[in-house]
Design a protein around this ligand. Structure first.
Ligand code: NAI
Ligand code: MG
Length: 354
């Protein structure tokens, strides 16, 4: 088995955590008998922008070519390039071009990470947030009339399609069915948003009929946010529209102590186009260049990439190695009260991938 991966470190700590992600992937490849073909790219970062006046070359898609996945660090350097320019010129291009319609974020309470909630131990919180990544509230349909006057009117439409909704629901139900709890929660707001959200609920109900083993419930987004904070252990797989999913997928990791270690997949389950795996955090200009960034988010999203390839055993081994590393204070980075630098933490995880 061989996998071809486009490696894009990006900006700031992206460049520092990426080598650790690769170190662990290579350890997993060696232990589990597959090979990796890595192609490093220097675009999709603000240094590239400084030189070329754009984030990526016009022929970026040809340069990436036929790969199994894109392994991404972080992009953004607000001192030189405005954030909307760096983000829209890179990550958003990938998501759109490859129709990565699933945004998947595992949320798990890990050892060694202080949980803001009382009486929770590792394992108590373990959920998967499935966010619709292409439509919904993030539409380009709308506009402003009479700008700057007392008659000013601004509108932006929510667009949900049956195709787009059903495919994200199918992905979420398939995932829920494979997990031991077989429990799926849908985020809604059908009491207030009285056209699109009741329709969303209807699609969930219809899809649920094909998954009799999966216990399904729904919560309005406001109380769901509150339940995430008070009782995150109640949830297993959570599916949500683009906006609701965006909020939940930051709230979830925050309830498990840090977004610094959280991973994310931008996935198109059709393996003929690449999916993109990245840590949730950004380029962290405040600590960049010091070699102290926590590499766990980068490493963990590497495990998600292996799972996407079907290398489940290797993926599980990486997650176990992360847990074993985080459990020991000297192996943790400073943001988690440890003393290791980026490389020491990365090496510790790599050594534990047996
Ligand atoms: P950030 O995630 O880069 O940093 C927020 C805070 O968390 C900082 O104090 C940082 O030091 C800390 N932090 C983040 N990751 C860490 C790690 N691995 N280890 C230890 N500490 C860590 O978010 P911020 O500061 O809002 O954004 C900085 C830049 O990153 C901006 O240009 C922004 O647009 C970009 N960004 C890019 C993302 C991406 O590539 N997907 C996601 C979020 C932000
Ligand atoms: Mg977000």
């Amino acid at each position: 088995r061989q996998y071809k991966i486009a490696v894009i470190p990006g900006d700031g700590i992206g460049k520092e955590v990426m080598p650790e992600g690769i170190r662990v992937l290579e350890a997993a490849a060696k232990a589990y008998g597959f090979t990796l073909e890595l192609e490093w790219h220097d675009f999709a970062c603000c240094e590239y922008y400084a030189e070329h006046g754009q984030m990526m070359p016009d022929d970026w898609k040809e340069r990436i070519g036929a790969v199994d996945a894109i392994y991404f660090g972080a992009v953004g350097w607000p001192d030189t390039v405005p954030d909307h320019v760096s983000l829209w010129g890179s990550l958003i291009q990938f998501r759109r071009e490859y129709d990565q319609y699933v945004n998947l974020r595992p949320v798990r309470l890990m050892p060694g990470v202080p949980c803001p909630l009382a009486n929770r131990k590792p394992g108590d919180i373990d959920m998967m947030i499935v966010r619709e990544n292409t439509e919904g509230e993030y539409s380009a349909i709308g506009g402003i009339s009479f700008p700057g006057t007392a008659r000013e009117v601004v509108m932006q439409e929510t667009v949900m399609t049956r195709f787009g909704t059903d495919r994200i629901l199918r992905y979420a139900f398939d995932l829920a069915q494979k997990r031991p709890k077989q429990h799926l929660t849908s985020a809604t707001k059908s009491n207030g948003i009285a056209i699109t959200m009741p329709w969303w609920d209807g699609r969930v109900e219809e899809m649920a009929a094909s998954y009799p083993e999966v216990r399904t419930d729904k919560y309005h987004i406001d109380i769901l946010a509150a339940q995430f904070v008070m009782n995150p252990d109640r949830f297993d797989t959570v599916v949500a529209s683009n906006l609701f999913g965006d909020i939940l997928s930051d709230l979830g990791p925050a309830c498990t102590g840090t977004i610094g270690i959280a991973p994310c997949g931008n996935i198109n389950p059709d393996r003929s186009v690449p999916s993109l795996f990245e840590p949730v955090h950004g380029s962290a200009p405040d600590i960049a260049g010091k070699g102290i960034a926590n590499p766990v988010g980068q490493i963990w999203c590497g495990a998600m990439m292996l799972e996407h390839f079907g290398e489940q055993d290797a993926a599980d081994a990486v997650v176990r190695a992360i847990e074993a590393t985080l459990a020991q204070a000297p192996l943790r980075t400073r943001d988690l009260g440890g003393s290791a630098n980026t490389e020491e933490c990365g090496k510790a995880v790599a050594e534990r991938v047996a």
